[in-house]
Ligand binder design. Structure first.
Ligand code: F6R
Length: 244
C-alpha cells in the first residue's frame, strides 16, 4: 500500500527499468504488456523521466497493449494508439516496429484473424514478461468484462454499461462511447510472467476489496489474478480503504 499514486508509480517504473536493463545487458528483448487510462500515466511519466535523465533506453522493449475501442481511428482523441504515443512512445526510443496495439480500424469480418495474429505475435515474442494493469469498476482487466472466463484470449467484446458510463465524459456523452472493444483475454493476461495491477482512488475501493478478498469468479474477471504466481496489487490508501 502506498501514500499516493506517484509513490506506487515510481516503484513499478523502477521495476520495469531494472528488467529492461537486465535484458539489454544480456542482449535480449523485454516484452511489456501495457495499459491505458488514468492509472498507468504516472508509470509512463517516470519512464520518460528515466529515459531523459538516467539513460534508460527502451530500444530492446517490445510492447503489446491490452485493448482498443472498436471502431476507433488511431488519431481520434479517445484512441489508445494516440494515448500511448502522447503519454509514452513519442518521448522515448522504443522502436515503432516493436509496438503493438489492437487495431480499431479493421473490417469487422477480419477482427477474428487480427486477434489470432495478435496472440501469435505475443507468443513469437516469447510471451509477456511484465503486464501492467488497471482495473475497471466492473472488475474488468483489459476490457474483459464480467462473464469473461479464465480461458479467454484476444477477441472482440461488448463493453459493460458501467464501463461505457465511466468513459462517457471522455467521449463528450454516452451516445459517443463505442459498444465494442478488442481486448487481450484473461488467459492472455494470466500467461504473463509478472502482473502488476495498480488501483487509485476511493471509487476503486469496493472492486479492489472483491478482487483481493472475494471468491474467484467470472463475474469479477480480476479475481482470476488470485491464481497467478507473481501478481502484485499496488494501490493508494483510498483504493485500499476497504481492505483490513
Ligand atoms: C485500459 C484498460 C482498462 C483500464 C481500466 C481502468 O487499457 O485495459 O482495464 O485499466 O478501465 O481505467 P482507469 O485507469 O482510467 O481508471
Amino acid at each position: 500500500m502506498f501514500k499516493n499514486a506517484s509513490e506506487a508509480s515510481q516503484v513499478v517504473a523502477t521495476e520495469i527499468a531494472t528488467l529492461v536493463r537486465e535484458r539489454a545487458s544480456a542482449g535480449k528483448p523485454c516484452v511489456l504488456g501495457l495499459a491505458t487510462g488514468s492509472t498507468p500515466m504516472g508509470v509512463y511519466r517516470e519512464l520518460i523521466r528515466m529515459h531523459r535523465d538516467e539513460n534508460l533506453s527502451l530500444r530492446n522493449v517490445v510492447t503489446f497493449n491490452l485493448d482498443e475501442y472498436f471502431p476507433m481511428a488511431p488519431d481520434a482523441a479517445q484512441s489508445y494508439v494516440r494515448f500511448m504515443n502522447e503519454n509514452l512512445f513519442d518521448h522515448v526510443d522504443v522502436l515503432s516496429e516493436n509496438v503493438h496495439i489492437p487495431d480499431g480500424t479493421i473490417a469487422e469480418e477480419s477482427v477474428g484473424k487480427f486477434c489470432d495474429d495478435y496472440e501469435s505475435k505475443i507468443a513469437a515474442a516469447g510471451g509477456i514478461d511484465l503486464q501492467l494493469l488497471g482495473i475497471g469498476r466492473t472488475g474488468h482487466i483489459g476490457f474483459n468484462e464480467p462473464r469473461s472466463d479464465a480461458d479467454t484470449v484476444t477477441r472482440m467484446v461488448v463493453l459493460n454499461s458501467v464501463t461505457r458510463n465511466d468513459a462517457a465524459e471522455n467521449f463528450d456523452g454516452l451516445e459517443n462511447v463505442p459498444h465494442h472493444a478488442v481486448t487481450m483475454g484473461v488467459q492472455t493476461i494470466l500467461n504473463a510472467q509478472r502482473i502488476r495491477l495498480m488501483a487509485y482512488g476511493e471509487h476503486k475501493s469496493a472492486i479492489v476489496e472483491r478482487t483481493v478478498c472475494g471468491d474467484i469468479t467470472e463475474s469479477i474477471p480480476a479475481t482470476f489474478l488470485q491464481q497467478h504466481g507473481d501478481v502484485r496489487f499496488l494501490m493508494d490508501d483510498a483504493a485500499a480503504s476497504k481492505l483490513n
